[in-house]
Design a binder for this molecule. Sequence first.
Ligand code: ADP
Length: 320
Amino acid sequence: MVKVENLVKRYGSNYALNDVSFEIGEGEVVGLLGPNGAGKSTAMNILTGYLSSTSGAAYVNGINILDDPIEAKKYIGFLPEQPPVYPDMTVLEYLNFVYELKSVKLDREGHLGEILSVVKLTDVKDRLIRNLSKGYRQRVGIAQALVGDPKVIIFDEPTVGLDPKQILEVRNLIRNLGQRHTVILSTHILAEVQAVCERVIIINKGKIIADERTEDLTKTIEDGYHYEVRVSGPTGQVISALKKISGVKSVEPTGTKDGDAGIYVVETMGSTDVRRAIFNVCAQNNWPMIGLAPTGTDLESIFIRLVDRSDRKILGGRTR
Ligand code: ADP
């Protein structure tokens, strides 16, 4: 349904995209994950026909977006990071406006009524957009992407700036849309991909560094878990006692303190859960433990591990 071949976008000597290729089948819900500056928006903007590429090609439903953007756009609904809503229109006036802009042929009343119901805006359809909360405005943005019933819907950072309840609502909505549409969700939030997408494409510095099922990525993340332990006790003895725990690979003092407690990072072998054993060892030695939490699950740490893993695959053919 969506195909990207050797896409390159260069700004001067800087590559925003550097030879990116992927293919997304009908009905897939795929997350495009990467830190700020990775190249996600550039990829989205090329896919939606807003930006040209330096080289390479992008297709939607077999149509080359760069050759025939008007035809290709009929198959795409796009929610940009800043939804293009008009504050002085009511929700329904705005959706009618988008309906005409996109020259949609579907039965107007039935189609817009269904969209309002899917995004739960029916009750506020006659309100001015300027008077809606940010969460509701985001739903109006999603509604405009659905006008014309496009096969592919692309969301760029759809939950930025929303409160936790609104975030859950928007994620649920996107997941449900995946039952009828091909969905691409661009985000820098790992948990968002884990909550919504079945597949994840990870992009860093303009290159794809992983393309796999979300559950496999989660395993990679959990493989070799790191815990941060805060414990009061003689540093040398703490390190040697924690190292003796079965399943512990390494113990590193961070050199920082929390009150009189030292802060250590414990790395495990595989996905062994060593938390109970750490607690027991500290208790037996009368070392007060004031903190124990997983660490290294932030995007930066995961990238380091993924890049490390792909380097190892290239060097020694070893996989986990
Ligand atoms: P993301 O959406 O993942 O945050 P972007 O696609 O916005 O990343 O940006 C990728 C890289 O391209 C960044 O290094 C950014 O600074 C650069 N870039 C994006 N747009 C332009 C532009 N118009 N001119 C120059 N550099 C740009």
